[in-house]
Design a binder for this molecule. Structure first.
Ligand code: GLC
Length: 739
C-alpha cells in the first residue's frame, strides 16, 4: 500500500494494480484495496497544465488540456490573483478528466540560469516563489483536486539529479531553499509534498527524517502526505522511517524490502501505520474516493481565456527606446523575422510539458489583430522551417523518450540582403523573435544556448542595420524558458519584450502587447546576468563538459582568478550561500544586464507619501502609487528590507503588490503588514532566528536596482525567536562567499 502503481515508466518490477486504462497518460496511481473500499487515486503532472494523453484507443474523443504560461512566466505577473485563477482552471480540467492530484507547483529556486527545469520554477527569490506557489495550490485545491509541492528540496540542477550531493549551509537552506516551501505549506495547505531526488547535506531528501518530520511536519505543521519523485531515493526502509509515506511509482522490490524489514523487526508497524494513515487521509479527500462523476469535457474555452489573460500579464517590457512600442495603428505593416515567430514555443519539455490542442504563434497573433505581416518574408520562413525541421524529426523519433526530450532548434533562416532591404522599404517595423527551449533530464549550456548563436546575432544586427537606415523600429521578442545573454546585443533594437513560454495563447498575448491593447506589467522574477560567468554560481554549477570547457576555463580564470578546477557533477557546493540572484548582484556591486524586478510600462508611476506605522508586533508600511502617464496600466510595487547586520545581502524582498489597473492620473493606496519576525535572519552560531537590535531600512522599488523611496525605523524590541535543532548541517566545510 505504501507504493503506488505506475503508468508511464516501463519497468519489469513495477507493482500490479495500476489503472492506466482510467486516465491514459496520467503519470501514476495509488493502489486500490477493494475489500476495504479503498479506490485507486490518479496523479498527473504538471506546473503549466494537466499532462495526459490527448487520444485514447478506440475512442474518437480528444482529451486535450490547456497549456498555461510556464511557472517563470506566471511569476513575472507578480499577481497572485492571476496565478490563483490559473490554478482554478487547471483544477477544473484535472477534476473533469478524473484526476485526483496535480503534481505541481514546482518551486525550486532558480539558482543558476543553466538549470534545465528553471522554466517550471518561479524565481530566484524565495518570497516570490512561495507566494506564487501558495496561490497555485489555493487555486487548484479550490476545485477539489490536490497538489504536490515539488521538489522538496534543493533540487536546482538536472545534471546527475538522482544522486547529486547538494552541500549548503543551514542559513542558505532555511532562508533560500526551504523558505518558499514553508510559505506555501503554511499559507495554502497542499495535500502533498514531493521529495526531490538529490541528497541534502549527505542524506537523500526522501530519506531525511530531519527534513520531512522535524522541519516539514513539526516546525511548519504540514499534515499532508509525502511522496517520492519517480524512482527517487534508495532505501525504502529509511524512506518509511523518514516519513516519506508514498513511494512512486512503486516497485515490487520496495514492497518486498518493507515487508521483510517489518517481519524482521527492523521496521516497526507504528511507522507503517503512521504513513498509511497519511496516505488514507489523502485518499479520503479525493474525487475517486468520493465517486465524483467526472465529465471528461472541461470547458477548455474558459481555460483558454484564463491562459490568455495570464500570458498578457506575464510579458515583460525590458526596453522601449523612443517609444517604439506600442506600434501605432498605422504601423500595422510588419516584417516578421526569426524562425520562432512562426514556430512558437508554448512551454518546456519533460513532465512539465502539456499536450495542448494548438499554440497561437506570434504570426497567428498578429494576423488575429489585423496586422499586415509581410507575406514574401513569411512564406520564405515557413518554407525554410518546413524543409529544415523535416531533417531533424527522424533522429528523434527513434528515441523512446521522443516526446519527453527537448528537440534541437534549426538554425536561423538566412534572409538575403535583397529581401531584407525590401522588407525595410515596405514595412513600418521589424519584429525578431529568438526562441529557446529546455526541459527535464538535461541542463542548458553556455554556448549557443545561454549565449545566442552567431546566426541569431547576425539576424538581429542585420535587421537593425537595414531598418534603422530606413528609419524604422526593430523589436526583439524573447520566446524563452530561461534567461539568455543580452548585453552583447540589447543596445541594437529599439525595444525588447521578454515573453517567456506564454502557453498555447502566447501569440495573441504578445500581439496584444505590441498593439497596446495590453499595457505590459510583467516584471523580472530573475536577474538577467550580463554574462554567464558573472553569475555567483558560475564556478560550481555542473557544466556540460562538451564544447564549453575551454571557454569556462578561460572565463573562470579571468573572472574569478580561482583555480580552474571544474566542479565534480556528483556534488554541488552552494558556495554562493544566500547570495543568490539580486542578493549577490546588489551586495557585490555587480551590474547585470537587467535587474531582478525590472519591467517597463507604456505609462509611468510615481510613489509618494511613504508612511511607516508600528504596533506591538508589526509594521504597516503604506504609500500611494499614482499613474502619471497617459495610458491605463498596472504596476508592481516591491518592498525590500536592509538589515543592519554584517554578511547580509544589501536588501531582500519582503513584500510585493500588483496594483489594480490605474487610469491616467489615478492613485491607489498600498499597504504592507510586516510582522516583526520578518526582520529575523538565521544565525548559524546561535542556531536560531535573530533580529538585530539596530535600525532597519525599508525600500520601495520598481526593481532591486531602482529604489524610489526608503525609510529607516528604530529598533524593534528584541524577541526570543524560534531556535532550530542542530540538524541538516553540511557534512563538509563549504568555502562560502562573503561580502
Ligand atoms: C519526474 C519529475 C517530477 C514528475 C514525476 C512524474 O521525474 O521529476 O517533477 O512529477 O517524474 O512525472
Amino acid at each position: 500500500m505504501l507504493v503506488g502503481g505506475e503508468m508511464s515508466y516501463a519497468s519489469t518490477d513495477q507493482m500490479v494494480g495500476n489503472i492506466s486504462h482510467t486516465v491514459p497518460g496520467a503519470c501514476g496511481t495509488t493502489h486500490s484495496i477493494s475489500r476495504l473500499g479503498i479506490p485507486s487515486t490518479v496523479m498527473a503532472d504538471g506546473p503549466a497544465g494537466v499532462r495526459i494523453s490527448p487520444f485514447r484507443e478506440d475512442d474518437d474523443a480528444t482529451y486535450y488540456c490547456t497549456a498555461f504560461p510556464i511557472g517563470t512566466a506566471l511569476a513575472s505577473t507578480w499577481n497572485t490573483e492571476i496565478v490563483r485563477n490559473v490554478g482554478k482552471a487547471m483544477g477544473v480540467e484535472a477534476r473533469e478528466y478524473g484526476l485526483d492530484i496535480i503534481l505541481a507547483p514546482a518551486l525550486n529556486i532558480q539558482r543558476d540560469p543553466l538549470c534545465g527545469r528553471n522554466f517550471e520554477y518561479y524565481s530566484e527569490d524565495p518570497l516570490l516563489s512561495g507566494k506564487m506557489a501558495a496561490a497555485m495550490v489555493q487555486g487548484i485545491q479550490s476545485q477539489g483536486v490536490g497538489t504536490a509541492l515539488k521538489h522538496f528540496a534543493v533540487n536546482n540542477q538536472e545534471t546527475k539529479r538522482v544522486a547529486n550531493q547538494a552541500n549548503l549551509t543551514r542559513r542558505a537552506l532555511y532562508e533560500i531553499y526551504l523558505k518558499g516551501f514553508e510559505i506555501a505549506v503554511k499559507e495554502a495547505g497542499p495535500w502533498a509534498v514531493m521529495t526531490s531526488y538529490n541528497y541534502v547535506n549527505g542524506v537523500y531528501a526522501s530519506e531525511s527524517y530531519d527534513l520531512l518530520e522535524t522541519v516539514l511536519r513539526q516546525r511548519w505543521g504540514f499534515d499532508g502526505m509525502v511522496m517520492t519523485d519517480w524512482f527517487g531515493g534508495d532505501d525504502p526502509v529509511r524512506q518509511m522511517i523518514a516519513g516519506n509515506d508514498l513511494l512512486m511509482p512503486g516497485r515490487q522490490i520496495q514492497y518486498d524490502r518493507i515487508l521483510q524489514a517489518v517481519m524482521a523487526g527492523e521496521l516497526g508497524m507504528e511507522v507503517i501505520d503512521r504513513n498509511v494513515r497519511r496516505i488514507l487521509s489523502f485518499v479520503f479527500k479525493t474525487n475517486s474516493f468520493n465517486d465524483y462523476a467526472h465529465s471528461d469535457s472541461p470547458d477548455l474555452s474558459y481555460s483558454a481565456d484564463v491562459a490568455l489573460e495570464a500570458a498578457k500579464e506575464s510579458v515583460i517590457l525590458l526596453k522601449n527606446d523612443g517609444l517604439a512600442l506600442p506600434l501605432s495603428d498605422g504601423g500595422k505593416r510588419v516584417a516578421l523575422f526569426g524562425n520562432t515567430s512562426y514556430d512558437y514555443i508554448s512551454g518546456g519539455t519533460g513532465s512539465g510539458d502539456v499536450n495542448e490542442a494548438y499554440t497561437v504563434s506570434l504570426y497567428d497573433g498578429l494576423k488575429n489583430r489585423k496586422f499586415r505581416v509581410f507575406r514574401r518574408l513569411a512564406s520564405s520562413y515557413r518554407k525554410y522551417i518546413r524543409t529544415e525541421a523535416a531533417k531533424i524529426v527522424p533522429d528523434y523519433e527513434k528515441n523512446p523518450l521522443y516526446d519527453f526530450l527537448c528537440h534541437p532548434r534549426i538554425n536561423e533562416y538566412e534572409v538575403n540582403s535583397r529581401l531584407l532591404k525590401r522588407s525595410a522599404r515596405v514595412n513600418d517595423a521589424a519584429l525578431v523573435t529568438i526562441g529557446r527551449n529546455s526541459g527535464e533530464h538535461a541542463d542548458r549550456v553556455v554556448n549557443e544556448d545561454f549565449n545566442l548563436k552567431d546566426c541569431e546575432l547576425k539576424l538581429i544586427r542585420d535587421v537593425c542595420s537595414v531598418f534603422h537606415k530606413a528609419g524604422k523600429p526593430v523589436i526583439v521578442i524573447l520566446n524563452v524558458g530561461g534567461v539568455v545573454e543580452m548585453s552583447s546585443w540589447k543596445d541594437m533594437p529599439d525595444a525588447i519584450l521578454l515573453a517567456w513560454h506564454g502557453g498555447q495563447e502566447a501569440g495573441d498575448a504578445v500581439a496584444a502587447v505590441l498593439t497596446g491593447e495590453t499595457n505590459p506589467s510583467g516584471h523580472l522574477p530573475v536577474t538577467v546576468p550580463a554574462s554567464y560567468f558573472q553569475c555567483p554560481t558560475a564556478d560550481n554549477f555542473p557544466y556540460d563538459h562538451g564544447a564549453d570547457v575551454q571557454e569556462i576555463l578561460h572565463n573562470v580564470l579571468d573572472v574569478r582568478g580561482k583555480s580552474n578546477e571544474l566542479r565534480n557533477v556528483d556534488f554541488t557546493d552552494y558556495e554562493e550561500d544566500i547570495y543568490v540572484g539580486y542578493r549577490y548582484y546588489d551586495t557585490f556591486d555587480v551590474t547585470p544586464a537587467y535587474p531582478f524586478g525590472h519591467g517597463l510600462s507604456y505609462t509611468d508611476f510615481r510613489y509618494r507619501d511613504l508612511l511607516i506605522e508600528r504596533s506591538e508586533d508589526h509594521f504597516v508600511i503604506s504609500l500611494y502609487v499614482e499613474n502619471i502617464g497617459d495610458v491605463t496600466g498596472k504596476d508592481v510595487v516591491q518592498l525590500y528590507l536592509s538589515r543592519p547586520v554584517a554578511d547580509r545581502p544589501e536588501k531582500e524582498l519582503i513584500g510585493f503588490k500588483k496594483t489594480p489597473e490605474l487610469l491616467p492620473g489615478e492613485a491607489t493606496h498600498i499597504a504592507f503588514r510586516i510582522p516583526y519576525e520578518m526582520l529575523a535572519f538565521f544565525d548559524e552560531k546561535s542556531n536560531g532566528m535573530l533580529i538585530s537590535p539596530d535600525s532597519h531600512t525599508f525600500h520601495i522599488g520598481k526593481s532591486s536596482a531602482d529604489i524610489e523611496l526608503s525609510a529607516t525605523v528604530e529598533p524593534v524590541i528584541c524577541m526570543e525567536l524560534l531556535k532550530y535543532p542542530d540538524i541538516l548541517s553540511p557534512e563538509k566545510n563549504i568555502h562560502i562567499l562573503k561580502p
